[in-house]
Ligand binder design. Structure first.
Ligand code: FAD
Ligand code: N01
Length: 562
């Protein structure tokens, strides 16, 4: 059993831990589990009223993962892998949330999770070599190590709209959805945004609403999910096959028989996701072969569409063949040619995160759905009655902002984090985030970020990235303790070199060729820096392992002058 003791800082009794973890999403839960049995005392501080992170907050209609559920699951416990039963190829938000709760219960994590606890600041006390963590309510907490498991997509973004506060109806953000059921039956509903969250929710809301107005600034590329039930069902004669992957047709039982093999294949893939990529160039094959390949993947469904050809992300001309194919599909699906044209993206395919949908384009054929193109003239204002755009007022009962997140840095910078000499992370990152491996930050000893900027994170199957980061951090903590080393910190030189390497791989990459949240382009005034590491999961893991094996090269064990 772990123990906690209260120490006194000034007048305030302060609980003291070896490790404080901020966040009880998949990162925080696994970090706490891994620390069990190591002898480190640990506590999670979580602002929500329960565990689950992303899946606690994003309860909008249609929310589900776009990584197949058998892969969007922890791999650390073979027993957990075998006993948990996913019902659909792409799990719904309620099912993923119940999985997170199951993990918290099964591994008895709750006793070390402090819910409803908003962390406001974390300050490093150099003389004590400890972090002092202040929360909204309650005494400060002291920890030798502070782990930010605060998530990449956990601070919602609501852009400024004149008059938003005057709207007489209800405003919902997809990322802060109420816990009670929201019923849009009979309502006029507006939704701003056409990113992944909107693409998932629009078809579902359209089924309910009297009328749905979609305010679109930029069309998004999306491919059909072709979601399937994973359980055999004699009544519907559903076979339960086709559990994952393009051209792979397996049942849950078959996958479970070699789950380790699936994980291994995933870890060797660029995005830590197992599927079968085509090794050919889109430019080396005939037009008919190209169309056949795209069509097969379109029919099979999901993100393996991106693997149709090897050069879709590296060659503009190859990329355009995929873009043209998707535009052709939109043209064939959407009956009104004006609406179809407005839905066709013209930027590079895959630059913004590819969405995966169920009936998205088809929804625009419904008579109760109107696409309002605000690409040339922005939304004018929100009125008490609805949204004013294109010189018209669209009367609404409810307005949904599907306007995304202050991604990767927003949540960290909402916490007042101060390292050596009181330097704040907000100042240090004023020109954009800098880190070593997305794990450590020069000037901020004994602080680790799980899937921080500078790591592959959001470009991968996040469960794999989370496990890799947590395992690396825990091994590092054990290394320090074995050698009686109280402090570890990324060196400024290592950080500079890592940031330079990040920029080098990102500069020519298709992912950085448009405005997206990957480069902070969705937030006014945010520095334009490509934030995730785009060199691929296997290369990154090799680098992390090499650094650890060599005694944590690029980290110092004590103060280094900046
Ligand atoms: P989170 O789940 O974001 O958890 C962070 C936690 O930290 C939250 O509970 C938050 O409340 C807490 N926190 C933050 N700041 C504070 C503070 N100051 N004080 C206290 N607590 C704090 N990834 C995939 O790989 N595949 C998918 O299909 C996929 N689908 C997604 C769908 C949606 C709608 C979204 C938004 C993201 C999706 N992601 C997906 C990314 C997803 O965020 C990760 O997969 C994963 O859930 C992140 O887990 P985490 O624990 O790192 O962060
Ligand atoms: O957010 P987004 P999201 N006026 O930033 C528009 C993950 N995720 O919540 O493109 C009008 O992608 C904005 O327009 P534009 C996934 O990683 C995964 O949808 O900036 N419109 C855009 O259309 C994803 O990438 C799943 O021109 C405005 C939309 O709002 C990430 O979360 C599901 C506007 C925001 O799209 C974020 O997705 C959901 C304005 N002033 C989320 N401001 C899965 O399926 C913004 N917009 C797994």
């Amino acid at each position: 059993m772990m123990t906690t003791r209260a120490i006194t800082t000034g007048q305030t009794p302060s609980p003291e831990y070896d490790v404080v973890i901020v966040g009880a999403g998949f990162s925080g839960l696994y970090m706490l589990h891994r620390l069990r049995g190591t002898g480190f005392t640990a506590r999670i501080l979580e602002r929500a009223s329960d565990v689950g992170g992303t899946w606690y907050w994003n309860r909008y209609p249609g929310a589900r993962c776009d990584v197949e559920s058998m892969q969007y699951a922890y791999s650390f416990s073979p027993e957990l892998e075998q006993e948990w039963v996913w019902t659909e190829q792409y799990a719904t938000q309620p099912e993923i949330l119940s999985y997170a709760n199951h993990v918290a219960d099964r591994f008895d994590l709750r006793c070390d999770i402090q819910l409803n606890t908003d962390v406001l600041s974390a300050t490093y006390d150099e003389s004590a070599q400890r972090w002092r963590i202040e929360t909204k309510d309650g005494p400060p907490i002291s920890a030798a190590f502070c782990i930010m498991a605060t998530g990449c997509l956990s601070t919602t973004n609501t852009p400024h709209f004149d008059g938003l506060g005057t709207f007489a109806g209800t405003v919902y953000h997809t990322g802060e959805w109420p816990h009670e059921v929201v019923d849009f039956t009979g309502q006029q509903v507006g939704i701003i945004g056409t990113g992944s969250s909107a693409i998932q929710s629009i078809p579902v809301i359209a089924e309910q609403a009297r009328h749905l107005y979609v305010f679109q600034r930029t069309p998004h590329y999306t491919v059909p999910a072709r979601n399937r039930y994973l359980q055999s069902d004699p009544e519907t004669r559903h076979s339960g096959r086709s559990a994952y992957g393009f051209d792979v047709d397996l049942t849950i039982e078959e996958i479970k028989a070699d789950y380790a093999g699936l994980r291994e294949r995933a870890r060797n893939m660029f995005a830590a996701l197992a599927f079968t990529p085509n090794r050919k160039s889109a430019l080396e094959v005939s037009e008919s072969e190209r169309q056949r390949e795209f069509e097969a993947r379109w029919q099979s469904g999901g993100v393996p569409f991106q693997g149709a050809f090897i050069d879709l992300v590296s060659d503009r001309q190859a990329n355009e063949t995929a873009a043209r194919f998707v535009r052709k599909k939109i043209g064939e699906t959407v009956h009104d040619p004006v609406v179809a044209k407005a839905l066709m993206p013209t930027y590079t395919f895959g630059c913004k995160r590819l969405a995966v949908d169920t009936g998205y384009y088809e929804t625009y054929n419904r008579t109760n759905v109107t696409l309002v193109d605000v690409s040339r003239s922005p939304i004018e204002r929100i009125t008490p009655n609805g949204v004013r755009a294109q010189g018209c007022e669209y009367p609404l009962d409810s307005l949904i902002t599907a306007t995304g997140f202050d991604a990767m840095t927003g949540t960290l910078l909402n916490i007042d984090i101060r390292g050596r000499r009181g330097v704040s992370l907000r100042d240090k990152w004023a020109e954009g985030p800098t880190s070593y491996l997305g794990l450590g930050i020069a000037g901020f000893p004994n602080l680790f970020t799980i899937t921080g900027p500078g790591s592959p994170s959001v470009l991968t199957n996040m469960l794999q990235s989370i496990e890799q980061h947590v395992d690396w951090v825990v091994a590092c903590l054990e290394y320090l303790r074995e050698r009686d080393i109280p402090e570890i910190e990324a060196t400024p030189d290592a950080e500079i070199a890592w940031v330079a390497h990040n920029n080098e791989v990102a500069n020519d990459h298709i992912r950085s060729s448009c405005t997206s949240w990957y480069i902070g382009g969705n937030i006014e005034g945010k520095p334009r820096v490509f934030m995730p590491y785009v060199g691929g999961f296997p290369v990154y893991v090799e680098k992390c392992n090499e650094i650890a094996a060599n005694g944590y090269t690029g980290f110092s064990f004590g103060a280094v002058s900046a």
